[in-house]
Design a protein around this ligand. Structure first.
Ligand code: SF4
Length: 252
C-alpha cells in the first residue's frame, strides 16, 4: 500500500477510536485508550510497511544516545496527560519535585521560540535523567517517531541545528505523525481544541495543577500558554499532515 494511503488510514483509525457520540465528553480512561490506540496502530503499520518496502537505511538509535533530545517536542494534550499520569503513579515526591525544578529552569528558555530557534539553543529535555529518557516507555509520539540512520549527522545537528541534515526514517515519522493527527481529530470531534503543545511548558502546567486531567476534561484551556504558534514558519514541519489537518483526514 502506498505510504500516503497508510497515513490516511492510521489517522482515521485513531480518530475513530473513541465513541462516535460527539455529545459525550472524554473520560480519564478514554484519554489513555486514545493514546494507546495511536501508539499501537502506528507501531503495527510501521512494522508492516517496513516488511513490504525497502528501508532508507538501518536505524542507528540506541540506549544512551540522546542527541535528538535537545529539540522542541510537539505533543497533544492527551499525550501530556498520559505522561503526567504515569509520572504521578510511578515517581516519588522527591523525583517529581526534581523534575519540576528542571522544568522551571528550562521552559522559560524555550518559551515562544520557533522550532529553529529552540533547536539552536540546544536545550536538554528536562525528562533526561543521567543521559537517558526517564519516561522512555511512555515517551510522546514525536519522540517515538524520530529515528536516525546516521549517528554522525545527529551529532552535527546537535552542534549546529541551523544546518540540520539528519537522515531519518521518513516513513515511520509520517505514520507516527499521522497517528498524532488522529488524536487531534478525535478530540476535536468531542468538542476539544486541537492544540499542539510544547512538551516542557505543558508538562510544567500539568505538574503545577492540582488535577489537570479533570480540568482538561471539563474543557478548561489549561494548556493555552503552552500552545505552539501556527505563525512558526516551521509549523508545516511540525505538522507534516499540513496544510491543515482537516484536509489530511480522508473523507468518509
Ligand atoms: S521525552 Fe524522552 S525521548 Fe523525548 S525528548 Fe525528552 S528525554 Fe528525549
Amino acid at each position: 500500500m502506498r505510504l500516503e494511503k497508510i497515513c490516511f488510514s492510521v489517522c482515521n483509525t485513531v480518530k475513530d477510536a473513541l465513541d462516535r457520540d460527539s455529545n459525550e465528553l472524554m473520560s480519564r480512561e478514554s484519554i489513555a485508550e486514545l493514546v494507546s490506540v495511536a501508539e499501537n496502530v502506528a507501531d503495527t503499520e510501521t512494522i508492516a510497511y517496513r516488511q513490504s518496502e525497502r528501508l532508507c537505511g538501518s536505524v542507528k538509535c540506541e540506549k544512551g544516545c540522546n542527541f535528538c533530545c535537545h529539540m522542541q517536542v510537539c505533543v497533544t494534550a492527551p499525550e501530556v496527560l498520559c505522561v503526567f499520569a504515569r509520572i504521578a503513579e510511578r515517581c516519588t515526591p522527591r523525583e517529581i519535585s526534581a523534575l519540576k525544578e528542571r522544568l522551571e529552569k528550562t521552559y522559560p528558555q524555550g518559551r515562544g521560540l520557533t522550532d529553529k530557534s529552540y533547536g539552536q539553543l540546544g536545550i536538554s529535555c528536562p525528562l533526561l535523567v543521567s543521559e537517558e529518557c526517564s519516561i522512555y516507555s511512555d515517551r510522546p509520539i514525536e519522540c517515538r517517531a524520530y529515528v536516525s540512520t546516521e549517528l554522525s549527522a545527529c551529532k552535527a545537528a546537535r552542534d549546529d541545528y541551523l544546518h540540520w541534515n539528519v537522515p531519518i526514517d521518513q516513513a515511520k515519522y509520517a505514520i507516527y505523525k499521522s497517528a498524532q493527527a488522529g488524536i487531534l481529530a478525535a478530540v476535536t470531534a468531542k468538542g476539544y481544541d486541537p492544540e499542539i503543545l510544547e512538551l516542557n511548558h505543558a508538562m510544567l502546567i500539568a505538574l503545577r495543577h492540582s488535577d489537570p486531567v479533570m480540568s482538561w476534561l471539563n474543557k478548561e484551556p489549561i494548556f493555552e500558554p503552552a500552545r505552539i504558534s501556527a505563525g512558526d514558519p516551521d509549523y508545516h514541519a511540525i505538522q507534516p499532515w499540513s496544510p491543515s489537518f482537516d484536509d489530511w483526514i480522508e473523507p468518509d
